[in-house]
Design a protein around this ligand. Structure first.
Ligand code: AMP
Ligand code: MN
Ligand code: MN
Length: 337
């Protein structure tokens, strides 16, 4: 697969889509279910940009329960957030953020057909190509890189509020500027964002280094039951663990605290592949996959109806946690044999 950014016509079409929208027309922004820092940060940063341009009716939504993960709850632009039930029914313009496939839009997927134009901003190589205007750049470290460029083309200057949103998105998807995707472009964008006066230390503490005591205890318990399988993944090794709704309840924690668990698990030196199986309902699991480089985990995720990036992917699975792990182990063996 060749990696290239959006074509000039797509950028022009995206700018035209915004400019053809009246200041009082309804604009619906949508990001993926269980939003992360990139989904929320790029959506709210762009939403604030539209407000600066004078658009008066901008709503920002994501499908499912209207729960913003604690670290992102105070982001600038949060006043634009509206639950799925209050999303505009037939907006003039839809803009989608960090969504690789329509399945990640849940009950809001129909809004794309309900609007005359839908602009998709994304950076997943696995993007399925939906929406009428597609700004998909698999070379971008985060959707916020694409959002920044569209804001610039619309003539919106960065201010500290927009910058904080885009910075949170960038820091989240680069793992605090540690992943391979941390390019010159990433640091140049970070520099422009920081130049608006935002406080990177304070932002990082809030989104990465602050959690309730119960979340720390829960993490300890879930990591304590991790299993290392050195022979799995064609001898490259796999490490996995799981967490149930009962675990969350016992420690009084909301589901998003489980999303951080993949980081300590993927640090295990003896395994290329890390797997965290997180219960979302009875018999339903959200599976996070990571590779250090030897395995394309997006292939595994896509074979199960999910998606993601080469080294970070996920899918939804059904049944028992042990069966989900068996499935991942089997697909890895198939892919690597
Ligand atoms: P996560 O493990 O949830 O942090 O997700 C890692 C990557 O996989 C992200 O880029 C997600 O967009 C993608 N991903 C996770 N779960 C799914 C899913 N159920 N369907 C499609 N993509 C997913
Ligand atoms: Mn995301
Ligand atoms: Mn992203």
């Amino acid at each position: 697969m060749t990696l290239s950014g959006p074509a000039a016509e797509q950028w022009a079409a995206a700018v035209a889509a915004v400019r053809c929208t009246g200041a009082d027309d309804e604009v619906q922004l949508i990001c993926h279910v269980n939003p992360d820092g990139d989904a929320l940060g790029s959506m709210l940063g762009f939403g604030l940009g539209l407000r600066r341009l004078g658009y008066t009716r901008v709503r920002a939504s994501f499908p499912g329960e209207f729960a913003v993960p604690g670290p992102y709850a105070g982001l600038p632009g949060s006043a634009l957030l509206a639950p799925e039930t209050e999303a505009y029914a037939a907006p003039r313009l839809v803009v989608v953020f960090d969504v690789a496939s329509e399945s990640r839009l849940g009950g809001l997927a129909g809004r794309l057909a309900a609007a005359p134009v839908s602009v998709v901003l994304d950076h997943h190589a696995s993007n399925t190509g939906f929406g009428t205007v597609r700004l998909v750049d698999p070379r971008a470290a985060a959707t916020s890189v694409v959002a920044d460029e569209l804001l610039a083309r619309l003539g919106v200057p960065l201010d500290a509020e927009i910058a904080e949103c885009l910075y949170v998105a960038l820091a989240t998807d680069t793992g605090s500027f540690k992943f391979d995707m941390t390019t010159v472009t990433v640091h140049e964008l970070a520099a422009r964002l920081i130049a608006t006066g935002i406080r990177p230390g304070e932002i990082s503490r809030r989104i990465f280094d602050s959690r309730p005591f119960g979340a720390m205890k829960l993490t300890g318990e879930v990591l304590g039951r991790a299993v290392l399988e050195p022979a799995a993944a064609g001898g490259r090794g796999m490490v996995w663990t799981y967490a149930t709704l009962a675990d969350l309840e016992r420690h009084g924690q909301p589901p998003y605290v489980l999303d951080a668990l993949i980081d300590p698990v993927r640090s295990v030196a003896e395994a290329d592949v890390a797997v965290v199986v997180k219960q979302v309902a009875a018999g339903e699991w959200s599976v996070s996959l990571r590779s250090k480089g030897a395995v394309d985990v997006s292939g595994v995720a896509m074979s199960q109806g999910g998606g993601g990036h080469r080294l970070a992917a996920g899918f939804t699975a059904y049944g028992e946690a042990a069966d989900v792990v068996d499935t991942v182990r089997r697909i890895l063996d198939e892919h690597l044999s």
